[in-house]
Structures are given as structure tokens and as C-alpha cells.
Write a protein that binds this ligand. Structure first.
Ligand code: CBF
Length: 829
């Protein structure tokens, strides 16, 4: 950036940065230049990775002028900035998205073709940055896409993990985790700024001192690490806006100890470096359960402290009056991972900027808002006071004071109700003294939101009930959304073209326009074309799978997909029981194979490496798949596919091809889900419980176009209250008994009954997520699915209506809701 401190005299240095010519020739020239001068190869000597990198640099060149401009004006303009604090961004591949945003797809395709290069081959080498686990991280990626598209000044802050979510492989049907070295072939989309590094401190002690007659506290830390920012472009779709995603990498303050190195102790000489750099080494591969590891708390503080300091030091003007901070920023807490930012901002304001406590607290409360993404009690993060006090002693003191003042307020409002005080305290006492991060976020946040209507209601009624009683206005809902650019426009080009032909191109930024398709659901010609697109997407998926060495979906099969993290509450086991039951029905003669609807069951799921039960379920799916897909008695009617390493890239091929979307979590457990939205938007019909955003999907698409089954959330609660005995359900339903017995018999484990015994016993005697209780209702719904699929014309009509009525689930709408209800910020055009 040409800063005002520089005094250039050369006219070129004064000229604005301009993008290369947006023409095929202009693009080809820039591409070749990047190949020669960026990669140091000639076209004829280049390999596909050189070509990919040169192409990425070229796209960047086109976006650069706007990016520089947008970053410069962010400093001077008075607009409020959304600082999205998220430990995860599951970005997916960048190339296609950035080409699309910059309107360069056709130009680049042609320019590369003229260089003799097939752009598809170049696309295929991109390794996606898997810096997230699942829904939460992908949501963050959708949100920053929408904010850029809506021209909202935003900085996404997070961690540049050296290794993202592990690569999943299968060995004899069992999950094996391999490191995800996503940076190994280069990283063309980010820009390191070591000169803008922040020093982040840890441990040590606090002390009071006399500051000109005022007693103050300061933190005397024990060790530091550097947080080096890496900036990524976040281009808006066709609007010229380029926002920033700033990810922090941990670097040791002292590279290594030369003295120790020279003495020959090489391991010891880099110990400090290894220790510091471990902070951003690897993403915690947990979804919906926090890992109480010290390193994780280090990660959280590391990125949040760096982000707050960066915003205050580098984004705000130098003479900024911090009392006005809430007018300039909202720090959105994406779940509890960044909540340590609350005491950090207090520390900065009180200890460093020397504001009074009350003034600092008033500012802090207006600067944060908190989104909760879970309902599982075990997923609400807590940190032991011991650990937090050791790692961040000053922050613990600040948390205690926040809590003391908060509990005084509770007493003032509700009297000395000791049980209530204990329940609401930010400090929990059992099973050990700990800081309840969700409570801290709720006390500090200007707003607290859930991510679907049901979820927000359950937060208010159960998880955060006392807080909602105290501050009813603090609580709100914003139902999640997904970006239509990646998940329809890019993932499903044929359907996109069909929609554009019917409705014009505006739907890409105004997804409610899809409503216009409703009328076309009754048009036989349109239905035929819609069905042809689905069939073509299935063939495309088949090619993608075969290229990976997997099988393609069966010809003429319904494609029944369950793609999401492997977790007991999501109930992949219930899906397996359906498959086994159908298989058992055919082999036992209970079902006539000719009457069975041919289906390909497709799973995509990773299990957290330490989650034993989830890994057993993966093993079971693969074991069942192997037997069922190969049994000649089934006559190829049932096929089970489980491609390893499900990720965003694979999702982009599966979702457009899907007929049936499995959203079968136990009611009250899935906060929202977003895969459910992506699948409906691409014309899959949902079979689902009344859980998370399924409730809203069903309401919008209509009961006739959704297969509802299972207990409602109050029914689940009632069954728990009366005493749930899964074995009773096993006894009652013969289909269930036969399916479970078949698994227990060793039919899927070469006769070895011990392999799946823990899984079977868990189902029969515990079944925390009530798969057995919902089984018969699920099977009945699956029978309705079969019947509906048999009438293809009616099915396609329903599929079109699903697309037409899914406009609400655009992340653009979600962002508008956040802007109106929570952030009170506006786009800056
Ligand atoms: O809100 C986004 C998603 O977050 C989760 O993935 C999470 O990790 N807490 C939830 O499990 C999803 O329901 C939710 O859609």
C-alpha cells in the first residue's frame, strides 16, 4: 500500500493500482507472466501445479486493486466493521469461487485453452483449506462470502492451521487419520505480513503498581509468541468488493538457540520454537464436543488477542476515541471458542488504555455478541480455573470481577436465591472449579442467538433459561444460511443455467426469486429438463467417484445421501438399521426384491479420532456396505457407498446429485444443520425429524414435499422422563429385532460376533439418542419415500418445489438478520 509516510516522486508510484485488462488476451498475458516470473518456468516446462499457482496469482491480480482500496478506506471511513471471530473456517477450494466472483470464469477458461491448458485439470489440483470441522466452520465461510457480496465492511479473524481437518482413509473399513498438509504445494491465496505481527503473552503473574496516585494492575507474563497475520481475499460476487480474512500463524519470538545448536544439541535448540509454533500447528478435530486441552485454550487466546490488538492498532485510526468503539466494531463470537476475547478486551481497555472499569465494561458489553451453536450440554465449553489461572492469570481476575458484579445484579433482581446464584454463576463448582464460557459470553454479549428457531427457543427455555428470564431482549434467533454462490451456482452449473434461463440471473444475490420456479413445477417440459439435470449430476458424481477409485452410484438408483460429521446424535446408526433391515427383508424373503426401490446409500462422514463409538459406526457402515453391495440375492438393488475423506470439494459433487437428504438427528439435538439446506436447495427431498432447521425447511417446502418421522422434542423429553428402555422397542418391532440380530450374528464381520458387540449392546441398553425409539416411524417414512419415488413425475415436481421454496436459506438473508437484529451495521457501497 502506498502510505502517506512515503514520498514517491515517480509518476507510476502515484498512479492508482489497476487491474489487468479483463479480456482473454489480457488474462493470457498476465497468466504467462505469472508462470514465467512467479513460478520461474516457461509454459512448455510448466507442470499442472505451476499452472494452478500462476492461475491463482492471475486471479489475485484482478482482485488486488479493489482489495487495496477496500482495506485503505476501512481505516478512514466511519462505518462499523463486523469482526467475525471464529476458530474455524471451512473454506473449500478458492479458485473457482474467486473466478466466479470476479466474472473471470469464461475469460480464464478461454485464455488457458489458448495456452493449450484444460482449466478443469488445473482446478483439480487445488487442495482445499480444511480449516474447520463441519457445520460451524463452513457457516463462517458462507457468512464472510455473503458479507462481501453485500458490501459490509468485515474482517474474518481466525487461525492459519498448518494442518487442517485430518485426511480420512479406510483400512479394512476402519477410519485411519492422516495429516492434512494443505500447504505443501504452495499457498497462493494468502499474503503473509510478518511486519504486522502481534506479540501474544501467556502465563506469569499479576501485580499492582502505583500509576501516578492510581493503583493499577498489570500482567507480567512468562512467555510470548508472535502472531503473524496472513491475509486472504474474500471477494464479493460481481460487486467489486474484496473483504479480508485474516488468519494468524504462531511463530516463536526467538527462532532457535544458536548456542545450544552449536553445542550439538539440535533438538533442544529448537524446543522453544516448536513449543510456540505448535499453537497454530493443527486444528482440533472435534465437532460439537470441546477438547479440554491446554493447547486449545492457547489457540483460542492466541487468535482472539491478536485480532483485538490488530483491530485497535491497525484498523482504527491512531487517535481513535475508544469510548466510541461500539460504533466502529462488533466482535461476533462464533460459539464459545473466542469468548476469552471478553476479558482480553477488558484487560486492554483497563490495564493498557487505562479506562475506568465501568466505562470499559460498558464498551465491552456493546462490542460483543454471541452465537451458540449447540444444545449438547457436553459441548458447552468450560475451562478449569486452575488451567485458566495458570495460562492467563490476569484474565481470570477479570472474569472473577465480572462474575462478582454480575451476581450482585442477580441478587438485586431476584433476591438471595442461592440455588439460582449457583446456577447462573460464570464460575461452576462441580465437578471442578471452572469458567463456563457460554455464561461469560451471555453476560458480556449485547445479544445471544441460536441458529434455528427451535434451537433458539430451546436455548431460552432450557440451556440459558435463567439468563433469558433476566434479559429477555438479549435473546434472538438467526436461522443459519448457506451461500448460493458456492452451493448452487458453482456446485450445480446445469441447474443454475436452467434457473437463470427461467428467471434471469438475479437469483444469485436474491435467492427468494427462486419462488418463481413454483409455477414451473407444473410445466411438464420444465420437469423433464430438471430431471435431466439431476441425472446428469448423478453421472458427473459417478465420474468423480470413479476417478478417486470409488464406485459410481447404481444406474437408475435413487441417491440417498447422509453427509455430515459422524456423531451418535446425528444417528448414522439409524440409517444403517434401515439398510440392514431392507437387506434382511430381501434375503429372508419378507420383501420381494422386485418390489424394492433400487437405492444407492451414500455416506460421507469423519469421526473425531478420539471418539471410539463414532469410529465403530464407520466400521459398521463399511462392513454392511461390503456385504450388501456384493450379495447377488439383492440383485444390485442396494448399494452402499462411503467415499473416504468427505470434504467441501466432495460435497459440491454429491449435493447436486442427491435425491433424498437424510436429516435424522434426535429431535432437540441438532442445533440447525446446514447440509439440510444445501440439499433442499439442490432439489433433494428431505426425510427428517422435527429438529434444527428441518422444522423451518418443512414449513417452507410443505408437508407434501418432506418426509417427517420420529418423536418431537417434547415427546423425546417425555420418554426420557418416563424411563427409556431401548430393549422394549427391540422386542416390539420384528423388523428392528431382525436387523439388530443380523448385525449381532456376525453377518457383517465374517462370523465374528465380537466386532460389533459394543455397538449392539450400546443400542440395546443405552441408546442415548433413541435410535430404536424412532426406528419404526423411520421405516414407515422410508416406505413412503419408496412409494413417492415410484411416481417420478410427482417426485420431480416436489424436488422443484424444494428448490423454489429454499430461498430463505441463503446466507445473505442470515446476514441481513444479523445486521438488523444484532450488529446494527450497514453495507457501505
Ligand atoms: O451453526 C452451524 C452448525 O454448527 C454445528 O455444526 C456445531 O458444530 N455446533 C452444529 O452441530 C450444527 O447443527 C449447526 O448447523
Amino acid at each position: 500500500e502506498n502510505t502517506s509516510e512515503l514520498r514517491p516522486t515517480h509518476p507510476l508510484a502515484l498512479a492508482p493500482v489497476v487491474a489487468p485488462a479483463a479480456s482473454v488476451d489480457g488474462f493470457a498475458k498476465q497468466f504467462l507472466q505469472n508462470l514465467n516470473f512467479g513460478q520461474g518456468v516457461t509454459l512448455s516446462a510448466s507442470d499442472v501445479n505451476d499452472q494452478y499457482l500462476a492461475l491463482a496469482y492471475t486471479v489475485r491480480d484482478y482482485l488486488m486493486a479493489r482489495w487495496l482500496d477496500d482495506r485503505a478506506t476501512q481505516k478512514t471511513q466511519q462505518a462499523k466493521t463486523v469482526c467475525y471471530l471464529s476458530a474455524e473456517y471451512l473454506l473449500g477450494r478458492q479458485l473457482d469461487n474467486n473466478l466466479l466472483a470476479a466474472r473471470l470464469t469464461d475469460i480464464a477458461t478461454e485464455a488457458l485453452a489458448q495456452c493449450g491448458i484444460d482449466i478443469d485439470a488445473v482446478r483439480a489440483v487445488e487442495i482445499e483449506p480444511g480449516l474447520g470441522n463441519g457445520g460451524l466452520g463452513r457457516l463462517a465461510a458462507c457468512f464472510i462470502d455473503s458479507l462481501a457480496t453485500m458490501s459490509v465492511p468485515t474482517i474474518g479473524y481466525g487461525i492459519r492451521y498448518e494442518y487442517g481437518i485430518f485426511r480420512q482413509a479406510f483400512a479394512d473399513g476402519e477410519q485411519v487419520e492422516q495429516p492434512d498438509a494443505w500447504l505443501r504445494m504452495g499457498s497462493p491465496w494468502d499474503f503473509a505480513h510478518p511486519e504486522a505481527a502481534q506479540t501474544i503473552s501467556f502465563a506469569g503473574h499479576t501485580e499492582t503498581y502505583d500509576d501516578g496516585g492510581v493503583e493499577r494492575t498489570r500482567w507480567v507474563p512468562e512467555w510470548n509468541v508472535l502472531a503473524v497475520p496472513y491475509n486472504m481475499m474474500v471477494p464479493g460476487y460481481h460487486n467489486g468488493r474484496v473483504n479480508t480474512l485474516r488468519l494468524w500463524r504462531a511463530v516463536a519470538t526467538n527462532a532457535f538457540d544458536l548456542h545450544t545448536f552449536n553445542s550439538g544439541d539440535y533438538v533442544e535448540s529448537v524446543r522453544a520454537q516448536t513449543f510456540a509454533e505448535n499453537i497454530s500447528k493443527v486444528l482440533y478435530p472435534e465437532d460439537s464436543t470441546p477438547q479440554g486441552k491446554e493447547l486449545r485454550l492457547q489457540q483460542q487466546y492466541f487468535f482472539v488477542a491478536a485480532s483485538i490488538a490488530d483491530f485497535i492498532d491497525n484498523v482504527l485510526p491512531d487517535d481513535f476515541d475508544l469510548d466510541k468503539l461500539p460504533e466502529r466494531v462488533i466482535f461476533q463470537l462464533n460459539d464459545t471458542h473466542p469468548v476469552i476475547g471478553v476479558p482480553e478486551l477488558m484487560r486492554v481497555l483497563v490495564d493498557e488504555k487505562k479506562l475506568e472499569w465501568d466505562a470499559a465494561w460498558a464498551i465491552t458489553q456493546k462490542c460483543f455478541a454471541y452465537t451458540c451453536h449447540t444444545l449438547l450440554p457436553e459441548a458447552l465449553e468450560v475451562w478449569s480455573v486452575d488451567l485458566l489461572g495458570r495460562l492467563l492469570p490476569r484474565h481470570l481476575e477479570i472474569i472473577y470481577r465480572i462474575n462478582d458484579e454480575f451476581l450482585l445484579e442477580v441478587r438485586e433482581r431476584f433476591g438471595d436465591d442461592e440455588l439460582l446464584i449457583r446456577n447462573m454463576s460464570i464460575i461452576g463448582e462441580h465437578p471442578y472449579r471452572s469458567v463456563r464460557m457460554a455464561y461469560l459470553a451471555t453476560v458480556a454479549g449485547s445479544k445471544v442467538n441460536g441458529v434455528a428457531e427451535l434451537h433458539s427457543q430451546l436455548l431460552r427455555d432450557n440451556v440459558l433459561k435463567d439468563f433469558a428470564t433476566m434479559w429477555p431482549d438479549k435473546f434472538t434467533n438467526v436461522t443459519n444460511g448457506v451461500t448460493p454462490r458456492r452451493f448452487l451456482r458453482l456446485a450445480n452449473p446445469e441447474l443454475s443455467a436452467l434457473i437463470t434461463e427461467a428467471l434471469g440471473a438475479g437469483w444469485t444475490v436474491d435467492l427468494e426469486r427462486l419462488r418463481g420456479l413454483e409455477a414451473l413445477a407444473d410445466d411438464a417440459d420444465f420437469r423433464e429438463r430438471f430431471a435431466a439435470v439431476k441425472a446428469s449430476n448423478k453421472r458427473r458424481l459417478g465420474r468423480v467417484l470413479e476417478a478417486r477409485g470409488d464406485a459410481a452410484p447404481g444406474d437408475g438408483h435413487m441417491l440417498d445421501v447422509m453427509i455430515k460429521r459422524l456423531h451418535e446424535y446425528k444417528r448414522q446408526t439409524l440409517k444403517v438399521l434401515h439398510i440392514v433391515s431392507t437387506y434382511e427383508g430381501i434375503v429372508s424373503g419378507r420383501l420381494d426384491v422386485d418390489d424394492v426401490q433400487a437405492r444407492t446409500f451414500l455416506f460421507g462422514a469423519k469421526a473425531a479420532p478420539g471418539y471410539g463409538m463414532a469410529k465403530r459406526i464407520i466400521h459398521l457402515i463399511n462392513a454392511v456396505g461390503e456385504v450388501v453391495s456384493a450379495d447377488p440375492r439383492v440383485q444390485g438393488k442396494l448399494q452402499v457407498l462411503y467415499p473416504a475423506n468427505y470434504n467441501v470439494t466432495l460435497a459440491e459433487s454429491i449435493i447436486p446429485a442427491a435425491d433424498l437428504s437424510e436429516q435424522i438427528s434426535l429431535a432437540g439435538k441438532e442445533a440447525s444443520g446446514t447440509g439440510n439446506m444445501k440439499l433442499a436447495l439442490n432439489g433433494a427431498l428431505t426425510i427428517g425429524t422435527d429438529d434444527g432447521a428441518n422444522v423451518e425447511i418443512r414449513k417452507l417446502v410443505g408437508d407434501d414435499n418432506f418426509f417427517l418421522f420420529g418423536m418431537s422434542e417434547p415427546e423425546v423429553e417425555a420418554l426420557w422422563a418416563e424411563g427409556y428402555r431401548p430393549a422394549d422397542f427391540y422386542q416390539r418391532d420384528e423388523r428392528l429385532r431382525s436387523a439388530i440380530d443380523l448385525i449381532a450374528s456376525g453377518a457383517f464381520s465374517a462370523g465374528d460376533r465380537t466386532v460389533f458387540e459394543p455397538l449392539v449392546s450400546n443400542l440395546l441398553y443405552e441408546d442415548r439418542f433413541m435410535a430404536l425409539a424412532d426406528f419404526s416411524s423411520y421405516l414407515d417414512a422410508q416406505n413412503r419415500v419408496d412409494a413417492a419415488y415410484a411416481d417420478q413425475d410427482a417426485w420431480v415436481r416436489s424436488a422443484i418445489l424444494n428448490v423454489a421454496r429454499s430461498g430463505y436459506f441463503s446466507s445473505d438473508r442470515a446476514m441481513r438478520d444479523y445486521l438488523d437484529r444484532i450488529w446494527h451495521a450497514t453495507p457501505v457501497i
